[in-house]
Each structure stands twice: as structure tokens, then as C-alpha cells.
Ligand binder design. Structure first.
Ligand code: C2O
Ligand code: CU
Ligand code: CU
Length: 475
């Protein structure tokens, strides 16, 4: 069994973890309201499922983006921005059953809805040119022709999205299909979405957003609740972990008192099920990424409390994320099959591209191939149905990790620093994080839709400071 230091070293070796350049990142000081909030005093909120109107050809969701008030830290009220004014709601969609979202923007700022990981026509992708002005509305059409996976919906206006997401404009979009439903994995109340993020609150419990202080966000929220506890039955659960933080990476383990932590059986990543389950003691989750695990709580007697910890917590922070309290027994007919879902054949590479990602200290911007984002520039023109291999090189001289997230299509990780991807990255992904000095190769093929789509670093502060490009998919 590995201890914390060994786990961290292994994570770093896999290119999965922050290697902070000059020592550790030091956290900011909690405010009074934050300091008064003890961990595990608030129950987990299981995401509220939004109910569609069922029409003959599709499910219709009428959503509003608006402000609302929520109790996040006990005894305080927080002004949030949310879909229908709530934090972290859930849409459940089914493959081949399209979803139409009619969105009215009741914020004082423009808004653009993006389905992260969605295979959608360009007019529904939330391109920054297609922003909805305050008081305006727009329809988004999601065909749902892709395989089952955990997607998320968030703002994509240029310049405002990082703050909008920070203030709550983030929903989980769970896409299911027959293939996945036929597997004996935990279902129903035993299949739980956990949106992880960090935040900073002032003394009165209001959100504080400072783009330049990502290290000063000491409160960890799960589904909008601070370090909650979750009462579970002594059986298997499927946990869908979604990192909706602006910039924080998590390196998660479930502390069960053993050195290596509880066994986390990873079954899925951004683009759905892995080819085979990948058991591990610790799991990286970078902004924009989704990783799904099955945890078997029947290994622990009723009364056991297990803390989910972030091994990559900053210096001065404590590692707790949330706690699982085993409170009852329950029957369990679920299991994790030895094979899950093969990765589709993406063909052989006909085009190769390189993406150098780095912060530029001279201009104070984050750049891709030496350039900041320009909405009037098309950076690359991939052809429909042509397989490409992209090399992402993080040449950051300050040691900052960066990611690349192309819209529209999932990719396969070919290699990291020339080595085969870890089993947990062997499925389809849409966001890959690369440590400074390291590189990764991904393979992808754009299908079905043409037009201008974005690719960018999913550290939202970096994306705002230039780390985004535009690709026009052409015939
Ligand atoms: Cu999470 Cu451009 O998206
Ligand atoms: Cu996206
Ligand atoms: Cu970046």
C-alpha cells in the first residue's frame, strides 16, 4: 500500500498532478464565515433533476439564467447565478432522443450556453459570437447521437464565463443509452453526481471572485454544499465526479484508514465508459474533467465514516472534500463487469498538429502556439472525417499545468510523454491536462458538423487570458 508521498509521486509521474515549481502553493486565509463552517455539518444535496416537457420528437427544457439566493455556508445567504436560480441542477437525457433547451437570459450580462462534451451543431455550441443579450432568448438543439457519458452545461461567453461558472452557472447533463443501461452497474439512487469545485466567501457569506487569486478559494463545495456528509448504504455506489472549478485540480483518495485508501474502481471518464474498469487508490480530476468510480461500501461496517480527501490541497489547507457515512445495509445486485465498452476505431492519422501551451510572462497572457485568442482568426481547419493526431506540449516556464479541450468531438489519448496512457485515461476524453515540461498525444476525428468551434485550456483564468483557439471544421 502506498502512503501519501508515494501516491503523489506516482501521480506526478503519470503527469496527473501539479508539480508546484517553487515549493507548494500557499492557500489564502479563510474569511470569518468560512472559518465558522466546520466540515461535515451539512448534508450532501443530491442534484435536483429538471423535468422536461415531453414532445413528440424531443424533450423540451425551458431554462432561465438568473440570480438567486442560496444558503451555502450555514447561517448566511449567498447571491448566486444559476439555471433557474439554483446550484448544480441535473438534466437526464437519453441517446437518440434529442433535447431542446429554450433559454432566456435574465442576467444583467450576456450568456452563451455550452454543452461540454456535446456533439452538437455549431449554432447550438455556445460560440462567443452567439451570445444571448440580457433579456434575450435562444434555443439550443442537442441531438444526443453520441454514446452515454456525463456531460456538463456551462456558460461560454467570452470574458464573463469564468465568473458566471464560479457564481453557479453549471449543470450536469447525464446522457444514458441502452448499452450502458444493460450493464449491471449501480443505478437509481446509487448512481450519484458529485460536482466538485472551490470558492471564496467573504465574512457575510457572499461569493468573492478574483480571477488572479485561484489559490485563495479555501472552501470546497460538492453540489454547492461545503464539505458535506453523505449517508450511504453498505453497498456499491456509482459516483460521477465532475470538476467544475475554475482552476483547481483534485487528486482524490477515499480515506478508509488504510495507507493506500479505499479501492476506487474507475469505470468512466469524459466520454463515457472505459474499455475495462481501472481500480486505483487515488484519482486526478482536473477542471472540466469527469471521472466515474464505483465504491463498494459493503467493505465497511455500518457506522464507518470515510473522508474523501484531496491529496493536492495547497499548503495551509486541510484535505477534506466530503464524508461518506455508512449508515445502513442494503441489498446489492450490482456489479462491475470485467469489460465495459471498447473505444471506437478512429482510423489512422492523416494530419498532425502541434499545440504549445504556455503562460507568457512578458505579455501576462496565456498563449497557444505563441498567440492569444482572436475571435476574428481561424487557427486551424480540420476536415470532416479525417483522423488527426495532436501533440500538446506544455512549455510553461513557470511550471503551470495547462489543458486542452476541443469542442465537438471526443478523443483518444495516444500517449503521454511517449508512454501509453494510464488505464483511467484509456477511454474517450474531451479534456486533457498536461504538466509543465510534459506532452501528450491525442487522436480525434471530426464528424457530422461543420463550422467554427473552439478549443482551449479549461483553467478558466487562462482561457480568459488568451488560451483559446478557433477551429473551423470544413468539408
Ligand atoms: Cu467546458 Cu469550451 O468548455
Ligand atoms: Cu466544451
Ligand atoms: Cu492553461
Amino acid at each position: 500500500m502506498l502512503n501519501r508521498r508515494q501516491l503523489l509521486r506516482r501521480g506526478a509521474a503519470l503527469g496527473l498532478l501539479v508539480a508546484a515549481p517553487a515549493g507548494l502553493i500557499v492557500a489564502g486565509r479563510p474569511s470569518r464565515a468560512e472559518a465558522a463552517t466546520a466540515p461535515f455539518t451539512v448534508p450532501l444535496a443530491v442534484p435536483k433533476r429538471l423535468r422536461p416537457t415531453r414532445l413528440p420528437g424531443h424533450d423540451l427544457y425551458r431554462l432561465q439564467t438568473r440570480e438567486g439566493d442560496a444558503t451555502i455556508l450555514p447561517g448566511t445567504r449567498t447571491r448566486i447565478r444559476g439555471f433557474n436560480g439554483v446550484l448544480a441542477p441535473l438534466i437526464v437525457a437519453h441517446r437518440d432522443r434529442p433535447v431542446l433547451v429554450e433559454l432566456s437570459n435574465e442576467l444583467a450580462d450576456p450568456f452563451a450556453l455550452h454543452l461540454h462534451g456535446g456533439h452538437v451543431p455549431v449554432r447550438s455550441d455556445g460560440h462567443p459570437r452567439d451570445q444571448i443579450r440580457p433579456g434575450g432568448r435562444r434555443s439550443y438543439y442537442y441531438p444526443n447521437t453520441q454514446r452515454a457519458s456525463t456531460l456538463w452545461m456551462h456558460d461560454h461567453t467570452h470574458h464573463a464565463h469564468a465568473e458566471n461558472i464560479y457564481r453557479g452557472l453549471s449543470a450536469t447533463y447525464l446522457l444514458t443509452d441502452r448499452f450502458e443501461e444493460a450493464l449491471p452497474l449501480p443505478k437509481g439512487q446509487y448512481d450519484v453526481v458529485l460536482q466538485l469545485r472551490d470558492a471564496k466567501f467573504d465574512d457575510n457569506g457572499a461569493f468573492v471572485y478574483d480571477m488572479h487569486k485561484p489559490e485563495d478559494r479555501p472552501t470546497i463545495l460538492v453540489n454547492g454544499r461545503p464539505k458535506p456528509y453523505f449517508e450511504v448504504a453498505a453497498r456499491k455506489y456509482r459516483l460521477r465526479l465532475v470538476n467544475t472549478a475554475n482552476e483547481r485540480g483534485f487528486f482524490l483518495r477515499l480515506n478508509d484508514g488504510t495507507q493506500g485508501g479505499a479501492e476506487l474502481v474507475q469505470i468512466a471518464t469524459d466520454g463515457g465508459l472505459l474499455p475495462a474498469p481501472a481500480p486505483t487508490g487515488a484519482l486526478a480530476l482536473w477542471p472540466g474533467e469527469r471521472n466515474e468510480i464505483v465504491v463498494d461500501f459493503s467493505r465497511y461496517p455500518v457506522g464507518t465514516k470515510l473522508v474523501l480527501e484531496n491529496l493536492a490541497a495547497f499548503e495551509g489547507e486541510t484535505p477534506e472534500v466530503m464524508r461518506f457515512d455508512v449508515v445502513r445495509t442494503a441489498p446489492d445486485a450490482s456489479s462491475v463487469p470485467a469489460t465495459l465498452r471498447p473505444v471506437p476505431d478512429l482510423g489512422t492519422a492523416q494530419v498532425r498538429r502541434e499545440f504549445h501551451v504556455a503562460f507568457d510572462p512578458a505579455s501576462g497572457q496565456h498563449l497557444i502556439n505563441g498567440k492569444p485568442f482572436d475571435i476574428n482568426r481561424i487557427d486551424i481547419r480540420p476536415r470532416l472525417d479525417v483522423t488527426e493526431v495532436w501533440t500538446i506540449r506544455n512549455s510553461d516556464t513557470l511550471g503551470i499545468p495547462h489543458s486542452l479541450h476541443p469542442h465537438l468531438e471526443h478523443f483518444r489519448v495516444v500517449s503521454r510523454d511517449g508512454r501509453a496512457p494510464a488505464p483511467g485515461e484509456a477511454g474517450l476524453k474531451d479534456t486533457i491536462t498536461v504538466m509543465a515540461g510534459q506532452s501528450a498525444e491525442i487522436m480525434l476525428r471530426f464528424t457530422d458538423y461543420t463550422g467554427p468551434y473552439m478549443y482551449h485550456c479549461h483553467m478558466l483564468g487562462h482561457q480568459m487570458m488568451g488560451m483559446m483557439g478557433q477551429m473551423e471544421i470544413v468539408k
